[in-house]
Design a protein around this ligand. Structure first.
Ligand code: GLA
Length: 372
């Protein structure tokens, strides 16, 4: 067993800090194949969980407090009153308080946390942390969509990031080997089997994002303004770009992205079911263009990396992934050519970045659960 594996680290850390025998819970990060900046507008998204995860070793203690030890430091979190700290502690404390808000009993726990989900790279390390902590604090009693909704509430109300449901849902509910086709209005989800003939590259642009500041919230606000002007409660109720002619400026551009991205996501599901990877790749490329020009959430570095990937042999399509303003791109690859393609992209982009960017090949892994 490799001691640097995060699950092993979580267990060792627990033993060193607290002693005794904990239970171990795991929640993965996610990729999003397509359906970007549409979850908060009620649209359809197609994420999958990845084989990089956050592990929490946990056991109850006799106090009304969480004792936490992580890669990022240690903390004592008082459960009598929430106090925002502006760092990783807010995700842990936020989850405890959001569980209580939802009517669950949360008592004191000792928690040891270790994760190999890259941070600030757009693969939802924070959702993985929230979901894993949620499982740990409820002894695995709160799971699935309910756990995802509580984790989203923790992020919205305690961390202060107005995210949609996609990341937490993917982490809590994904199935190995499948993409999750999620309707973010009804929360109905369908598991779509991923063919063996495709894999995903995640390549970090080297530009760190942080969504609690400005851009993400302002895009969301533009979408809400557009919906209001169109007389609908969510932009996902609009299916035709022709309906947007009465809008102007940013609300019009953002709405055009949302309406077209939802149509692309539906088309992507059909392409995936037909195993049409060339068609799926084309949709990813179109998604990037719309995110860059209409949603305006890309950066020059991310555009450059995406264009490079799109032009590389063995890549069906590529686009920026996640909230934007930096972070990673996702590229749809032929597994036989994936390593070679990744090396080409990484080497060329390193010439621009001044160092080799982080890059991983990911597989669609299982959603969160207890590790026995
Ligand atoms: C972030 C948010 C998600 C979603 C994406 C953009 O990852 O947490 O809810 O809005 O951005 O698709």
């Amino acid at each position: 067993m490799n001691p640097s594996q995060p699950f092993q680290l979580a267990l060792t850390r627990f033993k060193d800090a607290f002693g005794g025998t904990p239970r171990l819970f795991r929640a993965p990060g996610r990729i999003n194949i397509i359906g970007e900046h549409v979850d908060y507008a009620g649209g359809k998204v197609m994420p999958a969980a990845i084989d990089y995860a956050c592990y929490v070793a946990a056991a109850p203690n006799q106090e009304n407090a969480l004792h936490v030890t992580t890669d990022l430091g240690t903390a004592r979190i008082d459960l009598n009153q929430f106090e925002r700290q502006g760092d990783w502690r807010d995700y842990v404390a936020g989850m405890a308080f959001a569980l209580r808000d939802a009517g669950h009993v949360v008592t004191g726990h000792n928690l040891a946390i270790a994760s190999d989900v890259p941070m600030g790279a757009g693969v939802s390390s924070s959702a993985a942390l929230e979901v894993a902590v949620g499982l740990a604090l409820t002894g695995g009693q709160v799971v699935g969509p309910l756990l995802a909704l509580i984790a989203q509430a923790a992020e919205n109300h305690y961390v202060g990031m107005a995210c949609g449901i996609m990341d937490q849902y993917a982490s809590a509910c994904a199935v190995a080997g499948h993409a999750l086709m999620l309707d973010c209005t009804s929360l109905e989800a369908k598991q779509v089997s991923l063919p063996q003939t495709v894999c995903f590259l995640v390549i970090d642009s080297g530009v760190k994002h942080r969504h609690t500041t400005g851009g993400y919230a302002s895009r969301r606000a533009d979408c809400e303004t557009a919906a209001q002007l169109l007389g609908v409660s969510l932009l996902s109720e609009v299916h035709d770009e022709a309906a947007l002619t009465g809008l102007s400026g940013n609300p019009r551009k953002r709405a055009r992205h949302v309406v077209s991205e939802i149509a692309r996501t539906t088309a992507a599901q059909q392409a995936l079911e037909a195993q049409d990877l060339v068609g799926l790749g084309r949709l990813l490329n179109q998604s990037h263009k719309s995110l860059a020009l209409d949603m305006e959430v890309s950066t020059p570095e991310v555009d450059r990396l995406t264009a490079l990937a799109q032009a590389t042999h063995g890549i069906y399509g590529a686009r920026m992934m996640g909230g934007g303003f930096g972070g990673s791109i996702i590229a749809l690859a032929d597994p036989a050519l994936a390593q070679m393609a990744m090396e080409t992209i990484v080497t060329t982009y390193a010439g621009f970045l001044g160092r080799r960017p982080d890059a991983i090949v990911v597989r669609a892994a299982a959603g969160a659960g207890e590790v026995k």
